[in-house]
Ligand binder design. Structure first.
Ligand SMILES: NC(=O)c1ccc[n+]([C@@H]2O[C@H](COP(=O)([O-])OP(=O)(O)OC[C@H]3O[C@@H](n4cnc5c(N)ncnc54)[C@H](O)[C@@H]3O)[C@@H](O)[C@H]2O)c1
Length: 293
């Protein structure tokens, strides 16, 4: 079993939906976390997201005030790459675009010590291809959390072609040390294990909605209750982020040319129109846009 003395200081790249959740999970395990973002406003938003999550936990009697204080104290935001020079582990969770991730990973690899694991939370990009551009690719792997990272127990440990076996073992021990998390070791293939099945399912549901098979609410009720899932697929898309799902399914399609991953036209249109789901209050099941009076 690992302890917080293994990878005591962690860098999280990106303080969006997933970066905030991942930072919170590592901080809750006692580790010190530095989160890199593009600007101070996004750092403030990330902290606010964690604070709201912890406040909700306090209201429901699941989190103590001391735990909240401890988690927030252990997380620092920065916009300066140089502040990551002493970390013992890096996990990137920035925008799902290969060129954005590659540029950032190359930069961080030049700042941290040799041998520090560099991990990606990508949903659908090839970890092997991301690793190929980096100097010590044996120490690169995927660590794929599910949304919301604070609550979802499964974490996929993704073995790229270059990943050394000892790193896979270190990551399995690390995930087992994170509160409530269970590791699953998977091969690097588009969508890994879970998203390889989830992406086509969500695409089919969007097409059903576009075909007006039923209302958004009824589609969710039918599939949630019919399949015994916790969430309906359209509510899940709003939670994931329509832009995030689009980038993920586009990447899986580009890698495989499997038509099941081809983004449905309505998804592209909604993202182009700025309907991104819960993060901006416009999606399949959420609409908090003020109506004109
Ligand atoms: N949303 C999900 O359900 C989900 C689930 C699992 C994995 N993922 C993956 O997690 C990653 C992040 O997704 P998200 O939903 O958190 O996206 P998001 O859009 O909420 O957040 C991305 C963040 O990255 C930041 N960023 C972009 N470029 C940066 C840079 N150069 N330096 C520092 N920060 C930068 C952005 O400012 C933004 O805050 C993606 O790879 C996505 O595929 C998402």
């Amino acid at each position: 079993m690992s302890t917080t003395t293994d990878f005591p200081t962690v860098a999280v790249l990106g303080f969006g939906t997933m970066g905030a959740g991942i930072a919170q999970v590592f901080a809750a395990s006692g580790r010190t976390v530095t989160v890199l973002e593009t600007d101070e406003e996004r750092i403030a938003e990330g902290r606010a997201r964690i604070t709201a999550f912890l406040d909700d936990g306090i209201a429901r009697g699941k989190v103590s005030e001391d735990e909240k204080t401890g988690v927030l104290e252990r997380i620092t935001g920065t916009t300066r790459m140089a502040d990551l020079s002493t970390v013992t582990l890096v996990i990137e969770s920035v925008t799902e675009m290969a060129e954005v991730k590659s540029a950032l990973l190359t930069e961080v690899a030049g700042v941290v010590a040799v041998g520090v694991p560099i991990l990606t939370n990508t949903s659908a990009l090839s970890v092997t291809e991301l690793a190929a551009g980096l100097p010590h690719s044996a120490r690169v792997a995927g660590l794929h959390f599910f949304n919301p990272a604070q609550l979802m127990p499964t974490v996929e440990v993704v073995r790229a072609l270059q990943t050394e076996e000892s790193l896979v073992e270190e990551l399995v021990a690390l995930v087992e040390d994170l509160p409530g998390k269970t590791p699953v070791v998977v091969k690097d293939r588009p969508g890994f294990l879970v998203n390889a099945l989830l992406l086509p399912y969500l695409n089919d549901v969007i097409q059903e909605y576009d075909d007006e098979l039923a209302t958004a609410e009824d589609i969710d009720i039918a599939l949630q209750l019919g399949l015994g899932y916790k969430t309906g697929p359209l509510a899940m898309l709003d939670l994931i982020g329509l832009d995030v799902h689009l980038h993920a399914t586009e990447a899986a399609y580009a890698a495989t040319h499997d038509h099941r991953y081809a983004p449905p036209p309505l998804l592209r249109q909604m993202v182009a129109a700025g309907h991104l789901g819960e993060k901006n209050g416009r999606g399949f099941r959420v609409d908090t846009t003020p109506t004109a009076s």
